[in-house]
Design a protein around this ligand. Structure first.
Ligand SMILES: Cc1cc2nc3c(=O)[nH]c(=O)nc-3n(C[C@H](O)[C@H](O)[C@H](O)COP(=O)(O)OP(=O)(O)OC[C@H]3O[C@@H](n4cnc5c(N)ncnc54)[C@H](O)[C@@H]3O)c2cc1C
Length: 394
């Protein structure tokens, strides 16, 4: 989609392109191209994040007093789009896009002072401890409990599907502090240091072969009450606020456009004259355009200091569908060659194949991994329920 950019926006875009050319190295780009999971390893992106921080661009979406840039929605959009084109994404979305806005909104002055600069600089890497076995969509049923002991909570229980917990030094978690009354009224939002005695991380390997998520166990983990966000038993409101940012607080267009461009190249190389595939890809492109317009309207709301609101559920729903459609079409374009993956995986990173061949090899694990898009951050059915309730009044 081509927006009509004014002169200032064009100058901004040129400056950004120069910055990206100077700071996204070939080795970084290759490591990203080789990534088949949905998250990029922190080691790959940290230098880029530090360069952003030096430039004052690490957390453009935050208020200026905490290091934000004050960009217009169009500038933010250009930033995300150009980063996607260059192949880079947020270093740690759980930090800068999820818990960062929560600390800004609900945190005490001490919490803001302690955590925000470390997210901005990349010193801290956050993971999200919401889901538990048996408590995913029905999150309010969570059981990990925190008992009061003097100035501390003592946490016992288990989280699951905790993305990048094996790389994180901090975790934001929902814990149960009361079983009286409504389930939602006994939940508290805590910030937990991963090196606290009693925290154990165990890997879960995804169906595409990547290690991205984990189980996290807590055994008598002492967490200072000073690490609580908001009031005790009022964590549900904080949790929901965060989810709006997780589902709709950032523009995914750049990343998704980059995947789409790869798909178009793949089709041109392998089945340029297939009319059914041309129609399918044109439909995906049209959906992308429509989603970008909604993204822009949400960015305007965020710029005015608001939170995304229920439209975040629509964004989450449609972006996950579009990303799945791209991954599925890639496998169909490749056909049976996509099945060589199980044999090729051990050699993948060492073979130094031409990019077209790498795209073929990566298609199957990316497809398998993409099945998770409609589950992570709340399933499609849950998003549909939220939209039915908030928009249609059902
Ligand atoms: C790749 C990936 C990364 C993740 N990362 C994290 C993370 O970092 N931190 C974290 O806390 N969690 C994470 N999750 C967990 C994720 O939030 C949950 O998997 C998700 O909320 C669904 O919960 P569940 O797996 O328990 O499925 P369930 O809730 O058991 O759902 C099973 C099925 O039932 C359907 N269903 C459930 N309730 C309803 C309903 N009321 N109406 C209609 N249908 C319903 C669901 O849509 C789904 O199809 C991740 C998940 C994935 C796949």
């Amino acid at each position: 989609m081509d927006l009509l950019l004014n002169r200032d926006d064009l100058a901004f875009r040129d400056e950004l392109r120069r910055f990206l050319a100077d700071n996204v190295s070939d080795s970084m780009r290759r490591a990203i191209d080789l990534t088949t999971g949905f998250l990029i390893e922190p080691d790959v992106l940290i230098d880029f994040h530090r360069a952003l921080d030096r430039k004052g661009w690490a957390v453009p979406h935050w208020p200026r007093e905490h290091g934000g840039t004050g960009w217009t929605p169009v500038q933010r959009y250009i930033f995300d789009l150009e980063c996607g084109r260059a192949g880079v994404s947020a270093y740690n979305a759980s930090g800068s896009h999820f818990v960062g806005p929560v600390i800004i909104h609900y945190g005490t002055a001490e919490q803001k002072q302690r955590y925000l600069p470390r997210i901005r600089s990349g010193e801290d890497f956050w993971a999200q401890g919401y889901s538990e076995p048996g408590s995913g969509s029905d999150l309010a049923s969570l059981k990990t409990k925190a008992d009061t002991d003097g100035a501390d909570y003592v946490v016992n229980g288990q989280k699951i599907w905790t993305s990048m917990a094996h790389r994180a030094n901090r975790l934001f978690a929902l814990v149960r502090t009361s079983t009286a009354g409504k389930r939602q009224e006994g939940i508290t939002f805590l910030l937990i240091d991963m090196d606290t005695p009693g925290v154990t991380v165990r890997p879960i390997i995804g169906n595409g072969g990547d290690h991205e998520f984990n189980e996290v166990f807590f055994s008598d983990v002492r967490v200072p009450k000073a690490n609580r966000i908001g009031e005790e038993n009022k964590g549900w409101e904080v949790a929901k606020y965060l989810l709006e940012f997780e589902r709709g607080g950032r523009v995914l267009a750049g990343q998704v456009r980059a995947q789409f461009a790869k798909l178009v190249r793949l089709m041109a190389a392998r089945c340029p004259d297939d009319p059914a595939m041309q129609v399918r890809i044109a439909e995906i492109g049209t959906d992308l355009d429509a989603m970008e317009m909604i993204d822009l309207s949400v960015l305007s709301a965020l710029q005015a200091g608001g939170n995304p609101g229920p439209i975040s559920s629509l964004l989450k729903l449609r972006w996950s569908e579009i990303r799945q459609a791209i991954a599925e079409a890639a496998v169909d374009v490749i056909g049976e060659d996509a099945l060589v993956w199980p044999v090729a995986r051990p050699l993948y990173e060492t073979l130094q194949l031409p990019p077209e061949d790498e795209a073929v090899l990566a298609a199957t694990p990316r497809y398998l991994n993409s099945r998770a898009f409609s589950i992570m951050g709340g399933t499609s059915e849950v998003q549909t329920n939220i939209l039915a309730k908030t928009w249609v009044g059902l």
